[in-house]
Design a protein around this ligand. Structure first.
Ligand code: SAM
Length: 245
């Protein structure tokens, strides 16, 4: 469970909100049972539940966990808005695989458009999916879900990243295309990666052009065309394989 730093005092963690119901009613936990809590600095601790009320749960820290479950490199997934519930899937599975943030992107070929009035509601729902996925896969942090952005905003955002990648399947049109393995082998602990993926109809040639002109490396994920929701999960798996195992 993820708690704010001010909820930890004198080795006692106080949990409030939806997690109380989840721990007491869904997980059916009782006083004496153990849970793992993480603070805002991604430090995890094994905690023993001391008290359960309707409003809060208190738990005593038994032991701080030394190992981190985080990927050595910090990957942000930029996903061209796909149809239906595919974004839910990308964020849930992407959290299991170690992404640190998700950036929805209004791509030229995105059929779906987010209504400005509903963006914060959509983001909050996705953030809840991500939090639950982070808890189940014992992440040390909850990945951040950001508001949808345009290509122009994406170029601005990209300025602060160590690696900027765009997954593009049309090698013949992309100028210099690197194999993912080539790119991954140089990554070092703590570096940041921004990886862009298209929606079902893919990225347009102009979008890829703009991205590569602004320092993005065009990357192939192999000779097979992956579904919009598969491509970011492939990248995260490859990053884990290359940097962790
Ligand atoms: N039409 C399918 C669908 O409905 O999901 C395929 C979509 S594919 C064009 C969506 C995105 O996945 C692309 O824009 C690209 O970012 C990424 N992608 C898929 N296969 C890829 C590959 N072999 N190499 C690089 N990127 C790939």
């Amino acid at each position: 469970y993820f708690v704010e730093n001010q909820s930890i005092q004198n080795e006692i963690v106080t949990i409030t909100g939806d997690d109380v119901k989840h721990i007491a009613k869904v997980m059916r936990m009782n006083e004496g049972d153990k849970i793992i809590c993480c603070n805002e600095s991604a430090q995890a601790a094994i905690c023993e539940i001391e008290e359960i009320t309707n409003a809060h749960i208190t738990a005593r820290i038994v032991e701080w966990v030394k190992e981190s479950s985080e990927l050595p490199v910090k990957v942000t997934i930029v996903q061209g808005l796909p149809k239906g519930d595919k974004l839910d899937y990308v964020m849930q599975k992407g959290t299991e695989l170690g992404a640190v943030a998700f950036q929805p992107f209004s791509a030229k070929r995105s059929v779906v458009k987010w209504d400005a009035a509903k963006v914060s509601k959509k983001t909050a729902r996705l953030q809840k999916i991500v939090k639950e996925a982070a808890e189940q896969s014992h992440r040390s942090i909850v990945p951040k879900v950001m508001d949808v952005i345009s290509l122009k905003e994406l170029l601005l955002l990209s300025e602060s990243y160590d690696y900027k990648l765009v997954a593009y399947e049309e090698e013949a049109k992309a100028g210099e295309v690197k194999k993912l393995a080539q790119v991954l082998q140089n990554m070092k602990q703590g570096e940041t990666v921004l990886a862009v993926f298209g929606p079902e109809g893919g990225l347009s040639e102009e979008e890829v052009d703009q991205l590569t002109k602004n320092g993005f490396t065009s990357c192939s994920l192999g000779p097979r065309i992956l579904r919009a929701e598969t491509a970011p999960l492939y990248l995260l798996s490859a990053v884990s394989y290359q940097t962790e195992l």
